[in-house]
Design a protein around this ligand. Structure first.
Ligand code: IMP
Length: 189
């Protein structure tokens, strides 16, 4: 799907596919330096982070093992409560391993903080986070994110894995969704 197919649904393209890939390559070089010679497990939370994970691991020059978790927030399906239930747990044991969590976007930070706490209790050697996008103005709980692709304005965005009602995930760039699509109020606020 090209961005032009959804042109009437978006107000602005924040990043093209090329920009995202270029930034991801820079992050991959940093990650390669930091994890040289280490056993790394790269974890993504379904579904939004799948695109970032698949592009990042193919850019990395070391053997990157991958695993997935699925979680669901209690309460509304779009708003983050920070109270989370595991729907699918990791297949791998992480005790003693270096864990790198891949996130699509950090908004309030509530989900990620819960996840870090949950994984820390399993005794990994280290936990770090790589997030493609972050909304600094929306942060409700400080989160320590080592690798950030881009800081973005506090708007509802879609594309590159991010959805509105499961649509737009396969849009290649990142775009601001037009309020007429969701009827005014930011779906994640
Ligand atoms: P948080 O717990 O508020 O940080 O929410 C994180 C999750 O909410 C992300 O992994 C996304 O799935 C979703 N999310 C947050 N902001 C947006 C957005 O602007 N568009 C689409 N999904 C979003």
């Amino acid at each position: 799907m090209e961005l032009r197919d959804v042109e009437s649904d978006i107000t602005e393209i924040l990043f093209s596919e090329e920009q995202i890939q270029g930034r991801l390559a820079e992050l991959a070089r940093e990650i390669e330096r930091d994890y040289e010679g280490k056993d790394v497990l790269i974890i993504a939370v379904l579904k939004g982070a799948v695109m970032v994970l698949s592009d990042l691991v193919r850019e990395l020059k070391f053997h990157a093992h991958i695993d997935f978790m699925a979680v669901s927030s209690y309460g509304s399906s779009t708003k983050s409560s920070g109270v989370v239930r595991i729907v699918k747990d990791l297949d791998a044991e992480i005790a003693g391993r270096h864990v790198l969590i891949v996130e699509d976007i950090i908004d309030s930070g509530l989900t990620l903080n819960w996840l870090i706490g949950n994984l820390e209790s399993r005794g990994p050697a280290s936990i770090e986070v790589v997030a493609m996008f972050r909304k600094p103005e929306a942060i409700k709980e400080p989160v320590d994110v080592k690798y950030v692709g881009y800081d973005i304005p506090n708007a509802f965005v879609v594309g590159y894995g991010l959805d509105y009602n499961e649509d737009y995930r396969n849009v290649r760039g990142l775009a601001v969704l037009s309020p007429h699509v969701y009827g005014g109020e930011d779906p994640h606020a």
